[in-house]
Write a new protein. Structure first.
Length: 90
């Protein structure tokens, strides 16, 4: 769905709300500063209670937390125009 929104914005069909992660790298899109505080969106990772404590799931959750934390500025739009992909922590 976000691909469709960005394609429509690129085609000049209007404005849309995209994550900075998707909009900033696109040179054909222009970021509009909101007139008020932008919405706060949370990221939730849900698990089934039966597998919540397994080593595999803990490892995955730690990896996701590391990637999000390492790319926090990019995900929050504080890096401006970014051409690099999301990177995993070393």
């Amino acid at each position: 769905m976000l691909d469709r929104i960005s394609a429509q914005c690129r085609a000049g069909l209007g404005i849309g709300m995209l994550p900075c992660l998707l909009g900033d790298p696109d040179p054909l899109l222009v970021r509009l500063e909101p007139g008020k505080q932008p919405p706060i969106l949370e990221l939730w990772l849900l698990t089934h209670r039966d597998v919540r404590t397994t080593a595999r799931l803990r490892t995955l959750m730690q990896f996701i937390a590391g990637v999000v934390g390492h790319n926090k500025a990019l995900l929050e739009g504080h890096e401006g125009r970014v051409t690099r992909p999301i990177v995993t922590p070393a």
